[in-house]
Each structure stands twice: as structure tokens, then as C-alpha cells.
Design a protein around this ligand. Structure first.
Ligand SMILES: *Cc1c(COP(=O)(O)O)cnc(C)c1O
Length: 437
């Protein structure tokens, strides 16, 4: 039975999209895995490339009609190699999860063991065990052993990890995380891992923009053989994935991504990736420096206002993200909702000790705060003080969220333009009305 009126549904969907755009204009977005692409990237995403197929590599396509598509993909690969100083790049994974799955598929068999971080310590669900329906366990059949973690330093415990790698002899060691405040000890562990037969990969979904801006670690130089990533977190590209690797692993990666994990690889996203990588050559370094300065400044500003931001002794972070234990003021899920009511958008997050203390991911003890998007809008350290005030008023002072929201909307009005990009006629959250109604 059809009880949806077609024109009504058509109009309603477009209305909701426009309302979302209007809402974004008045919010402060601190989601650590998000960013805003430039209008040029958004334009690429709307092109006819998004309607085409091009299975296989440029020059060996399974489809006709690819002459421009091939040129763009070859250019994207060249740009990626240049931005990340990588021997090889594959720009076909449709997402970060699929980049990880391609790496698992290329270098391990079901039943093999991978070592990585657990979700409570920042690991991503794509690295998860079968019992949690994680991609590694549930899709590729990997056994997962956790890297030992130092909760004080919010990082891999090098001495314990060295022992455990020697004991477990994993086929794959995967660095990287979704809460990634400090560089992982790749250099320190790579020899042990390789001596015990492991391939060494690094999931840079969160930090690839900072790596491209030369402001975080340099995993390929430190001994990692593969970098898997998303292209839309600290790198403000389209939602897509990418793999960088050594020359030696090039064919294994290229011949696994297609046909194992993609058929069509979203050609409009590849084009959008070319655009953001070109922007990165020009603006990546300045942007990355400011993102990190802002994250440190926001950590300090919140700490000074009484919030328990982790790792004060380490300057709170060396990336775009900070983590705060909010249990003195409530729970992460409840505070996430209160903050959203005040038009401040961020995530609740598990703390490494939450499970031990009987808290659950639905209402954990932490909140995760990222500075990628606010930096893209031109905010600097002075604005971090203002954002810290807003957060304090909601989380600690329990002020009326409607009252704070009104002030947040007024504050946000001044930050509507995309910075660290070539000039454009459109603002960050403008709805681009092609249908013109
Ligand atoms: C976000 C993320 C992914 C997955 O990326 P998608 O592009 O959302 O599929 C993988 N690994 C880590 C560490 C992440 O944070």
C-alpha cells in the first residue's frame, strides 16, 4: 500500500535538506571525524562522474566511456603520491572501512591474527572482533589481539606491546585509532613486528590531513608499509577512502581493492579527492598547524574552566582531537544531547576505563572534541576560548540550552566562509539549488 504522496515526499526531502543547511550555519561543529569540503569539492561531487562506471584501473577498464575519468584518476593518484610522499596510491576504496578491508584481504587469511587497539582505547569498529560485529572479525574472519595501552599517556604501551607482538606473532599489526591525540609508536615497534612476520599498516582515517600537512607523524618513513584512510576527516575531501603503500605492495593492493571490495568506485568522489589534494599542496600545512594549535588551545581553555580534559601533562593533544572525562558533570550521552540542544555538535565517547566502571557506549564517561571544522571556518585560539565558555555553560553550569543556543547562533554568523581553499563564490553551508525552485 502506498501512503506517501510523491510530490509531497519530493518537496519534503528537499525542505529537510535545506533546513539541515540552515541549521549548520548556526551551529558549532566539533565532531572529530567531520569537516566541510570546499565548494569546488562539492561541485565535483555533483558532476556526471557520479553517474558513471569505471571498474578496474585506468587503461584496463571494464567499461567504455572513461577517457576523462581515466585522466582524473591518474591525476588523483599523482597528487596523492606527492602530498603524502608515497611510492604508490590507490584512490578507489569507497570508504575508510573498505580501505581497511582491502588491506585485510590482501595480506591475511581468515583465521589469522591481527593486533590493533580495542574500541575502548580508540580502536575503530572496522578493526573489531567478530563478537562485536567488527569488520575484521565478522567480515574477514580475523582473530584480534589488542595492543597494550597506557591510559595515562593515551597511547600504545611500547614495552608491553613489544612483548605481546613477540608472543602473538600477528600477521598484521594495525596502528591508528578514532581517538588519536598522539602519534603512535610505529618506529619503536616496526622491527619487532617485521621480525615476527607481521605486515605493518597504519589507519590514518582521522589524521591523514595532518600527515599531508606534515604536522603529525610520517608513518611511511617510520616503517609502516600501508596507510589506510578516509578522505573526509582532517582532510576535508569527499566521503571516500584511500590506500598508500610501498612499491612492493602496489600490485597486491591494486588487485584487491578491485575486484574484492569495490566494483564501481564512486568517480565523482575521486574527482573531489583530486580537488582537495590540490588544495592540500597549497594550504595543507597552514591548515594543519592551526587545527593542532586550536585543539591544544581548546583543551587548555576547557581545563581552565574545570573540565577534566585528558593528558594535561602532555599538552592535551598533538592532533585535532581532545577527550574529556565528564563523569563529574553527568554522562557523555546525556551531555551530548544537551550540547546539541545548544547547537554545539560533538560526540560522546568511551573512556578506556568506562567498561570497568560499568558504563556503556550509549552513555559513556567521555566526550570527544575535534577542531577540524571550526578551523576550516577560520577560527583561531581566541575563538577556542569562546567555544570553551559555551561548553562550560552547558556542561558545568547547566545553563538553559535555548539561551546558549541563541548566543551560539550569533557567534557562528561570523564564520561562514571556507578558509585554506582557493576563492569561491559560495559559502561553507550554502544549499546549492540546482533544481531552482
Ligand atoms: C572513521 C574511521 C574509519 C572508517 O572510515 P569510513 O570512511 O567512515 O568508512 C576507519 N578507521 C578509523 C580509525 C576511523 O576513525
Amino acid at each position: 500500500m502506498i501512503n506517501v504522496d510523491s510530490k509531497e515526499a519530493f518537496d519534503k526531502t528537499r525542505k529537510l535538506l535545506k533546513e539541515h543547511h540552515d541549521w549548520m550555519k548556526g551551529t558549532i561543529n566539533l565532531i572529530a571525524s567531520e569537516n566541510v569540503p570546499s565548494p569546488a569539492v562539492r561541485e565535483a561531487m555533483m558532476t556526471d562522474f557520479g553517474n558513471r562506471y569505471a571498474e578496474g584501473l585506468p587503461g584496463e577498464r571494464v567499461y567504455a566511456g572513461c577517457k576523462y575519468i581515466d585522466e582524473v584518476e591518474l591525476l588523483t593518484v599523482e597528487l596523492a603520491k606527492e602530498v603524502f610522499d608515497a611510492p604508490h596510491a590507490n584512490v578507489q576504496p569507497a570508504s575508510g572501512v573498505l580501505a581497511n578491508l582491502a588491506t585485510y584481504t590482501a595480506f591475511t587469511e581468515p583465521g589469522d591474527t591481527m593486533m590493533c587497539l580495542p574500541i575502548s582505547c580508540g580502536g575503530h569498529i572496522s578493526m573489531g572482533k567478530k563478537k562485536f560485529m567488527g569488520t575484521a572479525g565478522a567480515v574477514h574472519g580475523l582473530e584480534i589481539e589488542y595492543l597494550p595501552f597506557d591510559e595515562e599517556k593515551m597511547n600504545v604501551d611500547v614495552d608491553e606491546a613489544e612483548k605481546k607482538i613477540a608472543e602473538v606473532e600477528p600477521k598484521l599489526l594495525l596502528f591508528g585509532a578514532s581517538v588519536f591525540p598522539f602519534p603512535h609508536p610505529v618506529e619503536e615497534l616496526v622491527d619487532t613486528a617485521k621480525a615476527h612476520g607481521a605486515r605493518v599498516a597504519y589507519d590514518a582515517a582521522h589524521v591523514i590531513g595532518l600527515i599531508g600537512g606534515k604536522q603529525f607523524q610520517d608513518p611511511l618513513r617510520e616503517g609502516a608499509e600501508i596507510i589506510d584512510c578516509s578522505t573526509h576527516k582532517t582532510l576535508p575531501g569527499p566521503q571516500h577512502g584511500m590506500i598508500l603503500c610501498t612499491e612492493e605492495l602496489k600490485d597486491d593492493i591494486d588487485h584487491t581493492v578491485f575486484p574484492s571490495v569495490v566494483s564501481n568506485h564512486h568517480l565523482h568522489s575521486v574527482a573531489g579527492l583530486a580537488i582537495v589534494l590540490a588544495e592540500w599542496l597549497e594550504f595543507g600545512e597552514d591548515y594543519s598547524k592551526q587545527v593542532i594549535k586550536n585543539a591544544k588551545a581548546l583543551g587548555k581553555a576547557l581545563h581552565n574552566r574545570g573540565l577534566d580534559v585528558l593528558c594535561p601533562d602532555l599538552g592535551f593533544t598533538a592532533s585535532h582531537v581532545i577527550l574529556a572525562d565528564v563523569t563529574e558533570h553527568g554522562l557523555g550521552g546525556d551531555l551530548e544531547q544537551r550540547l546539541e540542544d545548544a547547537d554545539i555538535v560533538l560526540n560522546r565517547n568511551l573512556l578506556p576505563w568506562d567498561i570497568r566502571e560499568d558504563r556503556h557506549y550509549k552513555n559513556p564517561g567521555g566526550i570527544r572534541i575535534g577542531t577540524s571544522e571550526v578551523t576550516r571556518l577560520g577560527m583561531k585560539e581566541a575563538e577556542m576560548e569562546k567555544i570553551a565558555d559555551f561548553i562550560k555553560r552547558v556542561v558545568i553550569d547547566k545553563e538553559d540550552t535555548g539561551k546558549v543556543a541563541a548566543e551560539v547562533r550569533e557567534f557562528a554568523e561570523d564564520y561562514q566562509k571556507i578558509h585554506y581553499a582557493f576563492e569561491s563564490a559560495v559559502q561553507a553551508y550554502d544549499y546549492i539549488d540546482v533544481h531552482a525552485s
